[in-house]
Ligand binder design. Sequence first.
Ligand code: BG6
Ligand code: MG
Length: 217
Amino acid sequence: NKKGFIFDLDGVIVDTAKYHFLAWQKLAKSIGIDFSHEQNEQLKGVSRVKSLEKILTWGNKTISEDKFNALMASKNDDYLSFIAKMNHNEILPDVPKVLNYLKEQDQPISLGSASKNARQILEKVDLLKQFDAIVDGNDVSKAKPDPEVFLVAAKALNIKPEECIVFEDSVAGVQAANTANMISIGIGEQNVLHEADYVFSDFTEIDTAFIDKLIKR
Ligand code: BG6
Ligand code: MG
């Protein structure tokens, strides 16, 4: 019995939101916009382009297309300078335990991330080889909550969408999984991720009995 296990990256496997925050805050400051942690929360799961659009809207600013592209590029350079210093210690608690258990059970595993930096991050934390497929922001044209990224991941694993299980920390990602007809597992707060089929605060709360139940479902 094989299911497709699809993992979001940012906020599920690693906590990169703190690096996105620093890079977005620097960008916002450079154009005279304040940027808060609360606003950063709202950018979870949101694509790079959409994130900058939101920041400009919050700051009531319009800029030229050239400036927009230049800001996107320098934000990513700053972000990558943080990524460059990452190592396996930044993997969130018990993520390797769950990945290893799924491997032992011979279950197909894919990444399903909006990030265009996903491969680099997985490589830095030494998790690249745990994935049978990697689907990220370079492979899709429609951002979460559109289900495209997860549907492409299901296809890459050769598993029907209804037989897939998605781990997600963002509201948009949970919605994308639900729209794709997959089981959604929220990683974070119940009150934020209430649309998910199950919610856990982190992987330390997920035991093998629960995973066995998902596999047998
Ligand atoms: C998502 C993050 O996983 O990827 C967002 O939650 C981020 O915060 C998006 O904007 C795009 O990532 P990147 O690495 O391509 O800028
Ligand atoms: Mg995420």
